[in-house]
Design a protein around this ligand. Sequence first.
Ligand code: SAH
Length: 246
Amino acid sequence: MKPVTLWSRILIPAIAMAWLYSGVHAADDFASRRAGMVKVIAALTADTSTETGRHALDARVMAAMEQVPRHKFVPPEEEPYAYENRPLPIGYGQTISQPYIVALMTDLMRVKPTDVVLEVGTGSGYQAAILATLARAVYTIEIVEPLGRQAQERLQRLAYKQVETRVGDGYYGWEAHAPYDAIVVTAAASHVPPPLMRQLKPGGRMVIPVGAQFLTQYLLLIEKSDDGTVSTQQILPVRFVPLVAH
Ligand code: SAH
């Protein structure tokens, strides 16, 4: 066999097959790890049902958790841990939240396919991607400029087209697209920001951790009824990075 034939008939196809196989294999590996993460979320939901009042989370939320590639939202050195149920560092002293908490917060928001939602604290963009699989439009604000830019670039690359990002102080919300069907704040505030309360639609839900940085923070579910009255439910003690001001 002539060297050129050996190369083109055997070696190139063999290398291509190996390369293809490794790609498929890696993708399968991440999918199966993601399925494992979803099982852990289901188990934790059952364990915490007395506090949260939920034995299981919405099937659409679980499907979103199974679909969004969390490993593409963490720095390369954290990739091996992407499907463990814990927060991970994303730089600038910030973290991507624990998957169970992301799932619970998303469930509490009761997002419908027609909803317009606001997120305060874009971070890696992971929570925004989860919301994008459930809502019509997602607006997300990040105060740390390089994080905001990275998340925007990442969400575009991964084709989450209905997400719009902005760098700024989310305490004041995003007036231009208000009112929102649901609002989620992914950093702990000392109080519920009044501008966010105003930008919530009657009939809307807000999920927000409230409390001081080193003291107990509680995840709150705030609902604004159609006549504008507000009810607040304390869901679970949590730990979030603080909502900072400019
Ligand atoms: N939702 C993110 C996790 C965010 S951690 C994810 O899925 O990865 C909380 C984020 O809130 C951090 O990135 C922090 O920089 C940001 N943040 C803190 N205070 C803020 C503020 N006032 N406005 C907007 N973002 C804020």
